[in-house]
Structures are given as C-alpha cells and as structure tokens.
Design a protein around this ligand. Structure first.
Ligand SMILES: C[S@@+](CC[C@H](N)C(=O)[O-])C[C@H]1O[C@@H](n2cnc3c(N)ncnc32)[C@H](O)[C@@H]1O
Length: 364
C-alpha cells in the first residue's frame, strides 16, 4: 500500500497521523468551500442580486445531519484505503496546480453566470462553438456554466467548481464506486488483472478513470464522453500517470461505440441527473449491452427523495439555484426499475453523503 512519503506506514504512529492528516485535509477543503460560497453570495448580492429564486430554508438540524454524513464519508474513504481497495496516496490526490491556476478564473466567470441566471438564459454558447450534432437536451448551460460542456474554459473550471459545491468531497464520493467494482470482479475468478476491461461512461475530465487506474493498475481502461473539450482535459490528466493510458472515445452514451459483452465493469458518475427520463433508460440499456455476462455496473449520482427524505429541501434548492432542468424528475425516478427493465439483476443501492450508488449485475 502506498502512503505519503513523509509518513511510512511501518512506523507505529504513522497510520493515526496519516488519518489525522487526511481528516484535516478534508475538513479544510470543506471550510474553504463554505467560505467560497458565502463570499460568492455576498458579492452577488452587490453585483447582480438573484431574482425570483424560491428556495427552502436549510435549518441547523439539516446542517448537523449534513456534517455527520460528511464525517462518515471521510471515515469510509479512509477505511476503504486501509482495506487495500485503493492506495492511501489517492486520498491526498488534489490538483493543486489546477486550483491555483483556475481559481481566479472562477471569480472572473461568476458575473457572467449570475447575469445569465437572472435573465433566464440557459442555452447560450459562444459563437466559436459548433453545437451541430449534439442532442438538444445536452445544449444547456448546466449549473449556469459558460458554454455548457463545450469549451476548454468550461473543462478547466469544472473540477474546481464541483469541489467548491461539494466542499471538496467530489473525489471521495467518486471513490465509492471502487469497492463495489472490486467485489463485482470476484465473480470472474478465472480472470487475470491485465485482461480486465472497464469503461467509465460520461467520464468528463477523467477523475474516476484516474482512480480506477490507481485501484486496478493493470486493467484495460476505457472512457467515453460527448464533450471533446472534456476528453482533451481527461487525456491531459491521465497521461500524467505512469502505466497504460486509458482509451478515450467521443460518443453519445445513447449509442456507445463498443461491441456487445465487452466489459467486466461499467461505471457512470454524476451523469444521470443531467438526462431526460427516456435517455436515462436508453443509456442504462446500452450499459447492459456492453457489459459482459457476470459484469458489474456501478452508477453514481445524487441522492434521491426515496432514500434521503431528510434532504428534500436540498433536492428542491439544487435545481432552483443551479440550472439543472432534469434533476427534479431524476430525484424521484425509480432507477432500480430501469436497471431491471434493461436486464440487470442482483441490484443494491448505497448512499454516501450526497450521492447514491446503484450496483447491478448482468446475469451469467
Ligand atoms: C456532471 S458531468 C460528470 C462528469 C464526470 N463523470 C465526473 O465525475 O465529474 C456530466 C458529463 O456527462 C457528459 N454527458 C452528458 N450527456 C451525455 C451523453 N448523452 N453522452 C455522453 N456524455 C454525456 C458531459 O459531457 C459531462 O462530461
């Protein structure tokens, strides 16, 4: 197991110290996220105050519940590393250079996003961007992002914006797909690590693929996304790592560019809340088609009303504050039923902090 260079785990005091360092790191990112949101709200009140946003109040009880879930996420993240599901070093993997380069750009872009939000302009793209060929549901300024998913600037700012929104927990939530995959792969007891094939659907800037590479160093990794700019960013991130480069393909997940029965594991993180209902089903069907018999599919997205009724206020506020046109339907959509309809069996769900996970298997 890898650890921080200055804390070799064979020393008796090293593991508690590493854990403390991880918890401090996690809590600091959360405090920074809260401070950023607070400052951003204050500046917005002066520059371009939000109009006609009806949001529910987040009371102290809900804040305490969120903090408890946050602490539990960090604990699970630490425990999974201790179990050897992934290297401990992954817990400290933070794109510092990106943070320092692009944090000022988040502030520079903010007034444009506030203006678009107030003027209800949700499908606006720079003239230089060719929007031909993309599905209509995709041509949106999700989260009021400038140029949606279709520019280099958007790809550069995306990870930072997600981390600020989730108080630095986005990676810890993504890492929760790794344990169910390790477990799912046990169904293939005759397979060599180098013959294991995995694909991340809507891989975005490649953060989940980076984690898959760390947890499965010899596996053949694939990633696909509709955004050329995000794939370029993913390629940049993944090529920093030693080992075989994951193969990236630009495609609509409604028609995945892979043959039937190809992958031992299929993942998808934070995609489904950005899809219309009918497209959710089509993409689940595609994931079923490309999975090998006995293969595992792990879908991660936002919590839903059925499993986290105590977070209903958050689920109502999210699409009201951020432009998320499909989120409301997603939050009550029965994805278990959709997975079954596609043919998946042996389905279970988990919830970690603000995310929900569906683990499903293709029958042998
Ligand atoms: C919220 S981001 C999630 C990205 C990444 N999985 C992550 O963990 O950050 C949604 C991603 O889904 C991609 N996407 C949306 N609709 C898609 C579709 N129909 N086919 C392929 N990719 C799609 C977007 O380009 C974007 O990269």
């Amino acid at each position: 197991m890898q650890t921080l260079p200055f804390l070799p785990l064979d020393l008796p005091f090293a593991a508690p110290l590493t854990k403390l360092a991880y918890q401090t790191f996690g809590q600091s990112k959360n405090v920074f996220g809260i401070a950023h949101r607070e400052w951003s709200n204050r500046v917005r009140q002066i520059v371009d105050p939000p109009q006609q946003q009806k949001t529910s109040n987040i009371d102290d009880q809900m804040l305490a519940m969120l903090q408890a879930r946050f602490d539990q996420l960090l604990e699970t993240d630490w425990e999974d590393a201790q179990q050897g599901i992934y290297p401990t070093s992954l817990l400290f993997d933070n794109p510092w250079d990106e943070f320092f380069s692009f944090y000022p750009a988040v502030w520079l872009d903010a007034p444009k996003t506030w203006r678009r939000s107030n003027q209800r302009r949700y499908q606006e793209f720079s003239e230089s961007i060719d929007t031909n060929g993309f599905p209509k549901y995709y041509l949106q300024n999700f989260h009021h992002q400038s140029d949606g998913y279709l520019s280099e600037t958007s790809a550069n700012l995306y990870d930072l914006q997600v981390e600020l929104l989730f108080g630095g927990t986005a990676d810890a939530m993504r890492r929760r797909v790794l344990a169910p995959i390790k477990q799912g792969l046990q169904r293939f007891n005759d397979i060599l690590p180098q013959h294991t094939r995995m694909v991340d659907i809507a891989c975005g800037t490649g953060r989940t693929l980076k984690m898959l590479r760390a947890a499965f160093p010899q596996a053949s990794l694939h990633g696909t996304d509709l955004s050329p700019a995000y794939l370029r960013k993913a390629n940049q991130l993944l090529s920093q790592n030693p080992g075989e480069l994951p193969q990236l393909l630009q495609a609509n997940a409604e028609t995945l560019p892979y043959q039937d029965n190809q992958f031992h594991a299929v993942t998808s993180v934070f995609l489904f809340h950005e899809l219309p209902a009918v497209v959710r089903q089509t993409i689940i069907n595609e994931c079923f088609r490309i999975a090998k018999p006995k293969g595992v599919f792990v879908l991660c997205d936002s919590v839903q009303v059925s499993d986290s009724p105590e977070m209903e206020a958050f689920m109502k506020n999210f699409p009201a504050v951020f432009h998320e046109p499909y989120y409301r339907h997603y939050s009550t959509d029965n994805l278990e039923e959709r997975l079954q309809q596609a043919g998946f069996t042996d389905i279970h769900t988990e919830v970690h902090f603000m995310s929900k996970y569906w683990v499903a298997h293709k029958p042998a």
